[in-house]
Write a protein that binds this ligand. Sequence first.
Ligand code: AHG
Ligand code: MN
Ligand code: MN
Length: 312
Amino acid sequence: MNIKKHVTRGLWNHLMKSGVEMGLASIIYEVGVASKYVNHAMRTGDLGLAGTSNLYGEDQLALDVLADEIIKDRLDHTGRVSRIISEEQSEIIIFDRQGRAGGYSVCYDPLDGSSLVDVNLAVGTIVAIYAGDNPLQSGRHQVGALYVVYGPRTTLVYGAGDGVHEFTLNSLGEYVLTRGYITVKGSGKIFCPGGVRRDYLPEHEKFVQQLEQDAYKLRYSGGFVPDINQILLKGGGLFMYPGTTSAKQGKLRLPFELNPMAYLMEAAGGAATDGRRPILDLDCYDLDQRSPVYIGSRDEVERAVKFFAGDI
Ligand code: AHG
Ligand code: MN
Ligand code: MN
């Protein structure tokens, strides 16, 4: 093994060589550290239910709570985070930084798709990062975002203003660069429909039928992170989670699911919309704010916007 290659291609070295501000770099790096513990817990423990539920009334798996604790501790450890929003916390958490200025705010989903762990499907961690003390900002103000995929390989994808890059956890427990400056295909041939077909609003139903008539292939794992990762890294395409008759604003949360993924997708040359407006331009005013989402290759997202505007 070429040790030098691993050292120079390591996550911290990449962050430094990319000129990422030290505080932001330490947040991204520490999420990477936390993900190694989450990865280990997921692959070794049968943790079952925690016996508690989150803000959304969803049963929390012990793994949800454990992942949340690990990430929260590592973010606090940086000394650079002043506020966090977590899917597993019912309010904004304030870290005491002894009055030090220049903090960051972080919104994260510690374990997205956690109910898939017990059937051994890929799941992930999703993180959005803002400068300052306010974690409820429009996604356009993010200064960085990242996700981790816990799959056959454990990979970390981050963007902080200079491209989107993938790192793979190696047998030494280091994240080494495996794809630099990722760009998503301008158009693709897979689509993720989201939700339950019976509950689709008529226009979403019609749009999905159009894609199927145009030979788009349905690929939907039920895990937002691996589904997005497949579109970003492989053949492009479109991930959708629409508003439905039972949930007009859809299921996915803006602060810690949609904003970070939209940031990374746009940074890789793709797009993300709620069907009319870019996700990143939506005002973010509530921890549990949801939005319909159409995210992926530019062509498919533009097609969705035109379709819902009645132009095609
Ligand atoms: P979480 O496990 O954090 O609640 O998120 C799960 C989300 C997301 O991963 C996925 O895209 C979506 O749930 C799937 O929802 P459906 O099962 O309703 O399709
Ligand atoms: Mn989630
Ligand atoms: Mn989750």
